[in-house]
Write a protein that binds this ligand. Sequence first.
Ligand SMILES: Cc1cc2nc3c(=O)[nH]c(=O)nc-3n(C[C@H](O)[C@H](O)[C@H](O)COP(=O)(O)O)c2cc1C
Length: 183
Amino acid sequence: MEKIKIKNYPMVNSTPIVLAGADVNGKPNYTTIGAFGVVCEGPIFYISLKDTHFSTIGVRENGYFSVNIPSADMIEKTDYCGLVSGKTIDKSHLFSSFYDEIGKAPMISECPMNFLCKVIQTVPICGFTVFFGEIVSTFISEDCLTGDVPDPLKINPTLGMGFRYFKLGQSVGVVFKEGKVIK
Ligand SMILES: Cc1cc2nc3c(=O)[nH]c(=O)nc-3n(C[C@H](O)[C@H](O)[C@H](O)COP(=O)(O)O)c2cc1C
């Protein structure tokens, strides 16, 4: 198939859109994040936060952030948290927040899955800081499990690609199994 060279297009991530949580001035603040992911086999996530964001203050001060996976039916609040800054609008009452015993970052009860992450490394890049966080606790809504395993279709995350939101379709295979037909 013929290829067409287009302008550079970095927005190809299809990782879930997440809400990063941090306490700022003693109140929860939540920010929509597309630059989120897994970096290695260990329980480590990264989020890339613009230095001028309100949440960035809280992540730096507390050394912790939360990653909350909103379900696709939370799309309006998910988008809203990326439209307005805690600098001018209080986002603390948008969700009901909970903390684990460490108490260092707020998590969102309404989100099916939540992770508390302790910052272990930071990398400044082009006005952003990439925060690498070790996952220190994980929570899931009971109805999003199948057996004792988190079920992606029940979690129903929102995926972002380009400037549109999507939700998961169907599973097309099992990891480390499908390739065996070629092996
Ligand atoms: C879908 C979406 C993805 C976003 N991804 C990021 C991101 O990865 N990093 C970032 O710094 N800002 C990102 N933003 C922008 C912030 O969410 C937005 O500027 C927010 O208002 C900052 O809030 P705060 O100042 O309360 O922290 C994204 C916004 C949207 C709508």
